[in-house]
Design a protein around this ligand. Structure first.
Ligand code: HAX
Length: 438
């Protein structure tokens, strides 16, 4: 008699093979509007969510309220003389669907500045964790610790009318957005810079003040942060972090609870953690091959990665079928500011070599790079070497999109989410019944 663990795998392995075969044979059997295959495909392509802030086209990439990434870079307000958009302006655009003026952005900055004081117990909660705790775990716990201040949770307990839900949600959303860079910078300095913290410069914009508190005061790094925090903000509603925010929020969990849950999803290597995995993968390749791998050596390393049953991080996408415009925006930035950077050139060589190999497998639906393929190399160029921290930067940005969406969930009174699930037994019986009828 085996242990529970042994019994489980004795059952699971053959059933996994059986189900794979079942889907191969019966994948196209319709179940209403969808097929058996769709049940196993992670709901891809099934329209089941309302998200106003952005819309993703498989070939063209993301549009935020109708604006593509190049259009955002051109049209969103910038600091005087600046070249990159201010992410606060993107929040305004996503929330209202209207392009802000520079004055609108200044108003948001002032509003968030006044909300930016993080309660001391949040830092104490982070400090209670071992220093080796992954920065995303520290981030999630920091967000949870801020939940003690939730205006929504308090209003609900006090009996708020449902038509007013949007109001305390707005307060939580703004407080959260104002404080996130402070919490993220605290985690960075605690983990990697001997716990030496840097006082904010509140007169700076949201992204530049964040860069400053991290310890990177180059004007170019400020520009990079503005671009970075803009392009990572939203990717319509079905990606893991956006969907999680909506799902958890649909139970009327407050914005802190919903966003912490989203960050736990972003921390997965197939989602936001891919930005750290890309750099880890390149470093491992360089360790094995040498600092400047040739294109042939990169190709061999990609084949080896696939052979070992691992993914090539930064490549592929659940929806996109072309190079991610967020990758291209970062490539354009790199061409302007760091065209000779060795690591950046490796990223560009991978971009030349990887797609035909991935396409050649015959199973990877999108062989092109996503946002995460490029972002790490830009940060490393300015000395931000601690790649385990990269997903936290993504998370600070993602808050803009998912919190704007949560505002709409509350304002529209969207109901609790509850998709239907079925068992394998149910599927088998349904397929058999359909076949018998036919
Ligand atoms: N390397 C190796 N294999 C890959 C692959 C890659 N980059 N991309 C997809 N595949 C594999 C899948 O694992 C799957 O294999 P199995 O049939 O053996 O399970 C097969 O190809 C079909 O997958 P798909 O339909 O093309 O892709 P999915 O929609 O299932 O998954 C992912 C999309 C992004 C998760 C996938 O492409 C991947 O794992 N990429 C690498 C990790 C990564 O870069 N993630 C970041 C994505 C962007 C993002 O969310 N950023 O936050």
């Amino acid at each position: 008699m085996g242990t529970l663990k042994e019994k489980f795998i004795e059952k699971a392995l053959p059933l996994s093979a059986e189900i794979r075969q079942f889907v191969k044979e019966n994948g196209q059997v319709p179940l209403g509007e969808f097929t058996v295959e769709d049940v196993y495909a992670g709901q891809k392509g099934i329209i089941g969510l309302l998200t106003e802030t952005s819309l993703l086209d498989a070939n063209e990439g993301i549009r935020f309220r109708g604006y593509s990434i190049p259009e955002l870079r051109a049209k969103l307000p910038k600091v005087p003389g600046g070249t990159e958009p201010l992410p606060e302006g993107l929040f305004y655009l996503m929330l209202l669907g209207e392009m802000p003026t520079y004055d609108d952005v200044l108003e948001i900055q002032e509003n968030w500045r006044n909300r930016s004081e993080v309660p001391a117990h949040v830092y104490a909660s982070i400090d209670a964790l071992p220093i080796t705790t992954h920065p995303m775990t520290q981030f999630s716990i920091g967000i949870m610790a801020m939940q003690t201040d939730s205006k929504f949770a308090k209003a609900y307990r006090d009996g708020i009318n449902k038509k007013d839900y949007w109001d305390p949600t707005y307060e939580d959303v703004c407080n959260l957005l104002a404080r996130l860079p402070y919490v993220a910078a605290y985690i960075y300095r605690r983990t990697y810079k001997d716990n030496v913290h840097i006082a904010p410069k509140p007169e700076l914009d949201w992204a530049a003040n964040f860069a400053h508190m991290l310890g990177y005061d180059q004007v170019e790094f400020y520009k990079l942060m503005r671009l970075y925090l803009t392009i990572h903000a939203d990717h319509e509603g079905g990606n893991v972090s956006a969907h999680t925010t909506h799902l958890v929020g649909s139970a009327l969990s407050d914005p802190y609870l919903s966003f912490a849950a989203a960050m736990n999803g972003l921390a997965g290597p197939l989602h936001g953690l891919a930005n750290q995995e890309v750099i880890r993968w390149i470093f491992e390749m360089r360790n094995e091959i040498g600092n400047a791998p040739s294109k042939e050596q990169i190709a061999d390393y990609i084949h080896q990665t696939l052979k070992n049953g691992k993914v090539v991080p930064g490549y592929g996408h659940a929806v996109l079928r072309k190079t991610d415009p967020r990758f291209l925006a970062q490539q354009e930035f790199a061409k302007t500011y760091m065209a000779d950077d060795e690591l950046v050139n490796i990223v560009w060589n991978i971009y030349e070599v990887a797609p035909p190999i991935l396409e050649g497998t015959g199973k990877i639906k999108n062989p092109w790079p996503n946002v995460d393929a490029h972002s790490g190399a830009l940060l490393l160029h300015y000395g931000l070497n601690e790649y385990d921290f990269f997903t936290v930067l993504f998370g600070v940005s993602r808050a803009l999109g998912v919190m704007a969406s949560l505002m709409w969930d509350r304002a529209l009174g969207l109901p609790i989410e509850r998709p239907k699930s079925v068992t394998y037994e149910w599927l088998k019986n349904t397929v058999e019944a359909k076949k018998a009828k036919a």
